[in-house]
Each structure stands twice: as structure tokens, then as C-alpha cells.
Design a binder for this molecule. Structure first.
Ligand code: UFG
Length: 332
């Protein structure tokens, strides 16, 4: 089976390519390196001791996609490519709508023309907006608070409409909770160049003395210690969730959404303290005001993904903290 992976050198894409190769799938990757490095292609080959075909290009480019589908007999697609910074999407909404929606439409049109009708799409728990209760189930109402989230919601709608119009499609919408961690080899992971927006990359930079102090956004939420609670999932578990989703779409037609999380929430301070303990390193932090748009707690009901995909996470919070730091120490 030959799988096209868009955004193949990104944080989640690269870990998924590794797991696909480990599971003996043939992989064709595409990335424009807008938020990743060229060397990731070789790192993936080094980890898996396997080769895969890679195209440098943008998924909005119909010509590039036609070339890929003409040159390779693709069986299914996993679509990661897209911009993902919440704050940037607020200041540059047109850039987000153009890139994330245009790339998906171009991809779906090209797939249709080549009669490839199986796709797994990277969505996000952000589509649940401010959930009324926890844990979050897939049938909860959907809403968003920023353009990034809206691109995910719009694309989910496009995929559902596509399936309604043509029941021969197989579509898995994967709603990620908070991916952290890195491959245990330390060869691939997440290390943004700019000041990070997300918690774990920020903790890592403070531990590494690249940044002075973590700002903890609020300690007055209704949570265990007042700080925000999230469902952190090891990126390798998340990658394996894609392998499970792929098995499903290769087998059956349909269009369905699945939560990919652990089902367990940890607070900011729990994560900081676990990180310090397992890595034996100090993480300076101070409590500051809430970040606008944040919710107090967010964690998944994982029973549907277990039931329908057989997906279960295996890696705990300590492994996530260890592997996040290991990657950054190794890449220095
Ligand atoms: N936090 C801090 N300090 C920081 C960064 C984050 O205290 O410097 C806190 C946040 O307030 C929150 C928790 O850490 O309580 C996690 O924040 P992240 O920014 O890491 O993650 P979010 O849950 O806010 O958002 C992430 C992704 C989104 C995605 C969403 C899905 O960034 O793209 O999860 O639920 F949509």
C-alpha cells in the first residue's frame, strides 16, 4: 500500500512517516519546509533504515500534486500540511484561510481526478470550542474561537459534504488533543525557532536556559491546582493513531471523526514538576494572568477511537517529558 503524506517533515507528519515505514507501508512525502527542516527526510531514513520518495513542494500547487499522483500509484492520503499557530492566525486570517483551505481543496480535487478516495485529515480538539462538559465526546457541539480553528472546522465540513455527495469516499477526521514528546532516538521532534506559543516547547527552552522563565497563564481555573488542564499525548502514540485510522479507511468507506488523546488531563504545574523531576533540571516559572481565549480544562473521551479504530495510547507523561527534552539536548 502506497500512502501519500502531506506535511511529511513536520512535527506530527515526520513521526507518522516513521510509524508507517515501520508498519511496512510505502510512503510518498511532500513538504515545502515552511515549518520544518530538510534534514528531517534523512533522519526518518536513519531511524527506520528504510527509504521513501519525497517531493519538495506546496500542496496548493495543482501541478505538483498531479505529478505526484501521475508518478505514484497512491492508495490513500494522510493530510497534515497546514499552518497551525493560533495567535498568527488571528493576525493573518487570510493567509490561514488561503493556505489551509486551498491546499485541502486542491488535494481533494486531485485525488478525485485520480480516483483516490481515502483520506485521513489532521483536525484538532480546538473544534470543540469551550466544551460544556468533560470528557469531550466526538458528538459534542462544534465551534471555534480563532481562524486556525475555523480552517479545521470548515475542512471537516467540506469532507462531510464530499462524502454525502459520493459514498465511495473513506474519510477519517482525527481530532488531536495536545501532542508533545519526540521519537525516543532524539533524531526528530519539535523545536520551534521563534518564541514558542505552546507549553512544552516553552518549558524545554526554559530548562535549556534559552528563555528565562515560563509564564503560567492563570492559576484561578477550576482545576486541581488552578492552572490549565490539557490532555497531552505522546507524538509517537499519535502517529500510531494514524496507522489505526489508515487501516480503517483502507477497509471501509464512510466519514467519521475520532478523538486522539489519552483521556487524562494534567495541569500546567503537574507538567512542569514532572518535567523537572524526570530530567533533573529546574524550570523557572511565574504565575501571570490568563491567556485570552484559553479554556480551563480539556481532555478526551477516548472510547470511540478505541471501539472503532482499536486505538489506545501506551506512553505516559514521564516518557513525554523525557523524550521532549532528549530531542532538544541531542539537536544542540
Ligand atoms: N500555557 C502556559 N504558558 C505558556 C503556554 C501555555 O501556561 O507559555 C498553558 C495554557 O494556558 C494552557 C496549557 O498551557 O493551559 C496548554 O497550552 P498550549 O498553548 O500548549 O495548548 P492549547 O491547549 O492552548 O492549544 C493546543 C494547540 C492548538 C490546538 C489545541 C487543541 O496549540 O493548536 O491545543 O486543543 F488547537
Amino acid at each position: 500500500m502506497k500512502i501519500l503524506v502531506t506535511g511529511a517533515t513536520g512535527y506530527i507528519g515526520s513521526h507518522t512517516v516513521v510509524e508507517l515505514l515501520n508498519n511496512n507501508y510505502d510512503v510518498v512525502g511532500i513538504d515545502d519546509f515552511s515549518n520544518s527542516k530538510k534534514e528531517v527526510v534523512d533522519k526518518i531514513k536513519e531511524i527506520t533504515k528504510k527509504d521513501f520518495k519525497f517531493y519538495e513542494g506546496n500542496v496548493c500547487c495543482k501541478q505538483t500534486l498531479n505529478k505526484i499522483f501521475d508518478e505514484n500509484k497512491i492508495d490513500a492520503v494522510i493530510h497534515f500540511a497546514g499552518y497551525k499557530a493560533v495567535g498568527e492566525s488571528v493576525s493573518k486570517p487570510l493567509m490561514y484561510y488561503r493556505n489551509n483551505i486551498d491546499s485541502t481543496l486542491t488535494l481533494l480535487e486531485t485525488m478525485n481526478e485520480h480516483n483516490v478516495k481515502k483520506i485521513a485529515f489532521s483536525s484538532s480538539a480546538t473544534v470543540y470550542g469551550k466544551p460544556e462538559k468533560l470528557p469531550i465526546k466526538e458528538d459534542f457541539p462544534l465551534s471555534t474561537t480563532n481562524p486556525y480553528g475555523t480552517t479545521k472546522l470548515v475542512i471537516e465540513g467540506i469532507l462531510r459534504d464530499l462524502y454525502k455527495s459520493d459514498n465511495s469516499w473513506s474519510i477519517a477526521i482525527l481530532r488531536y488533543f495536545n501532542p508533545i514528546g519526540a521519537h525516543e532516538s532524539g533524531l526528530i521532534g519539535e523545536n520551534p525557532n521563534d518564541i514558542p506559543n505552546n507549553l512544552m516547547p516553552y518549558i524545554v527552552k526554559v530548562a535549556n536556559k534559552e528563555l528565562d522563565c515560563l509564564n503560567v497563564f492563570g492559576n484561578d481555573y477550576d482545576t486541581i491546582d488552578g492552572t490549565g488542564v490539557r490532555d497531552y499525548i505522546h507524538v509517537v502514540d499519535l502517529a500510531n493513531g494514524h496507522v489505526k485510522a489508515l487501516e480503517k479507511i483502507l477497509k471501509e468507506t464512510g466519514c467519521d471523526a475520532y478523538n486522539l488523546g489519552t483521556g487524562r488531563g494534567y495541569s500546567v504545574l503537574e507538567l512542569v514538576n514532572t518535567f523537572s523531576k524526570v530530567n533533573n533540571v529546574d524550570v523557572n516559572y511565574k504565575i501571570v494572568g490568563r491567556r485570552p481565549g484559553d479554556i480551563g480544562a480539556c481532555f478526551a473521551d477516548t472510547s470511540y477511537a478505541l471501539d472503532k479504530l482499536g486505538f489506545k495510547t501506551t506512553k505516559g507523561i514521564e516518557e513525554m517529558c523525557r523524550d521532549s527534552y532528549n530531542f532538544v539536548k541531542k539537536s544542540k
